[in-house]
Structures are given as structure tokens and as C-alpha cells.
Design a protein around this ligand. Structure first.
Ligand code: SF4
Length: 268
């Protein structure tokens, strides 16, 4: 009997090792933290509440194995005209374990040159807000944009300053699936929308930021299925604070609301 049990244990160990090797081969560059549930050998994988089936209307491209694969898709993307003029696609930055994702409207001049969101003066101010109000570093949150390529007034002159413009509705709808896919992978508790464009897109409202900020909303898209809401806290874009320092007080209030939510996971 003891010998049979030992043989069964050896078989099980060999099976698990083979499954681990299969997973490693299927996920090259898997240094990224992935939330993958290992399927039972007896049954095909079934979507769980935490990893729901993706609604076809929300996705127009194949779901990638991980964020690295998605970043590669974005790098090669030419789904809208912005892809032809950009210097660099700006995917996102931060930890995939973030509880909060900050979303702006799109890359500007500095971001286009560096390939990273919020790296100019606005980015420095965002970093300062993160540290002083939330006690968080950039590496402890995730930062992305609605569109991943620089919307320019004149696409012929990507080296020119003052060439920024907001993304068009067509550009936004072409790029939106990438952001939803990032959110699905990260599964944040909260999204902070930075400025009117991101707020209007993610909340589906036509009201300006000054009318909607100051409270939290449920994200209108059920990315993880029923019972897994994401809160949305709208606030001003850091560039607006640079232009008008009087907006800092309201922004601080919004960040205190976020801090309280992150500490208690509740918004009262
Ligand atoms: S903005 Fe988005 S959809 Fe348009 S080319 Fe860039 S990555 Fe693709």
C-alpha cells in the first residue's frame, strides 16, 4: 500500500512539473506578475467571477496572454491616424498590482519623446501629489492614458512644441479597448480620471470636470462582472493646476477622498 502511495505521489509531482513547464513556455517574458488560475486537469478552464468572459462589444482585438503582449500590440498599432505620426506609443507605467489607476487623456510632447506617460511638468506635479497626499510613489500605482499616441494639431511636425490637441471621438473609440484590457489585467479598486476628457470618456458624461469632481462614482463598465465594481474619482488634470493654482485645493480634497478609500476600501 505504502509503495502504491509513493508511486502515485511521484506521478502527481511529474504531472505538476509538466504543467509548470507548459505555462512557462506559453508566457515568454513572464517576469510580469500575472493573475492566472491553473485549470484542473480534468476540466477545461471556466471564467470565474474574478476573470469574467470579455464582452465582445468591449474588445476588438485578441486578448493577449499578459501585459507585455498587449504593450507589443500597442507599439505596432496603426488602428487610427495617431499611430502614423507618433514618435513612441505610450502604453502605461507602474505596477500591475496597483489598487489605483490614474488615467489622463493622451500623451503630449514629452511623453511622445520618452514613451512614458506624465513625464513633463504635469508629471512632476502628479508625482508630488502622489507622495505628499497619498504617500505613494509612481511605482506603486499605475498611470495610463485614454489614447496611447500623441494627438497633434500638425502631425507633420512631431518635434514642434505647442502642437497638442485633445483626441477625437474616433481616436478614442479606436484606442479604448487597450485601456479596458489594462484595467482587466490590473483589477484596480479605483480609477482617478485626470481632467475633463478622461472623465467624460470613462464616466460617459458630458459634464465638465468642475461639475463632477468631489465625489466617487461606480465605473459604468462591468469589467470583472457583477459584484466587482470599480470606483471612479474624477479630479483636475495636473496641467490645469499648473495653469490655475487655485484648483489645487479641490484636487487635494479629491486626493484625500482617494486616500480614505484606499485605507478603508470604502467611500462614505
Ligand atoms: S492611438 Fe491607440 S488606436 Fe490609435 S494608433 Fe495609437 S495605439 Fe492604436
Amino acid at each position: 500500500m505504502r509503495r502504491e502511495l509513493a508511486a502515485a505521489a511521484r506521478d502527481l509531482a511529474a504531472y505538476i512539473k509538466a504543467q509548470d513547464e507548459n505555462l512557462a513556455e506559453a508566457a515568454p517574458g513572464s517576469s510580469v506578475v500575472k493573475r492566472v488560475s491553473r485549470p484542473s486537469p480534468a476540466a477545461p478552464p471556466v471564467p470565474t467571477a474574478a476573470e469574467p468572459e470579455v464582452k465582445p462589444s468591449a474588445m476588438t482585438h485578441k486578448k493577449p496572454a499578459d501585459m507585455d503582449a498587449l504593450a507589443e500590440q500597442v507599439k505596432a498599432c496603426r488602428k487610427c491616424g495617431l499611430g502614423h505620426a507618433r514618435l513612441n506609443a505610450v502604453f502605461g507605467v507602474g505596477t500591475y498590482k496597483a489598487k489605483v489607476v490614474f488615467v489622463g487623456e493622451g500623451p503630449g510632447f514629452q511623453e511622445d519623446h520618452k514613451g512614458e506617460p506624465f513625464v513633463g511638468r504635469s508629471g512632476q506635479l502628479l508625482d508630488k501629489i502622489l507622495e505628499t497626499v497619498l504617500g505613494l510613489k509612481r511605482s506603486e500605482v499605475y498611470i495610463a492614458n485614454i489614447v496611447k499616441c500623441h494627438p497633434m494639431k500638425n502631425p507633420e511636425t512631431p518635434e514642434a512644441h505647442g502642437n497638442d490637441r485633445p483626441p477625437t471621438p474616433e481616436e478614442i473609440s479606436a484606442c479604448r479597448p487597450y485601456l479596458d484590457e489594462q484595467l482587466r489585467a490590473i483589477k484596480p479598486l479605483c480609477i482617478v480620471t485626470l481632467g475633463s476628457v478622461a472623465t467624460k470618456v470613462l464616466l460617459g458624461t458630458d459634464k465638465g470636470i468642475s461639475l463632477v469632481r468631489g465625489r466617487a462614482y461606480d465605473y459604468p463598465v462591468e469589467l470583472f462582472g457583477p459584484g466587482h465594481p470599480i470606483k471612479v474619482i474624477p479630479t483636475y488634470h495636473p496641467a490645469a493646476l499648473l495653469r490655475n493654482p487655485n484648483l489645487k485645493r479641490d484636487t487635494w480634497e479629491d486626493m484625500k477622498l482617494l486616500k480614505s478609500f484606499l485605507e478603508t476600501s470604502k467611500i462614505g
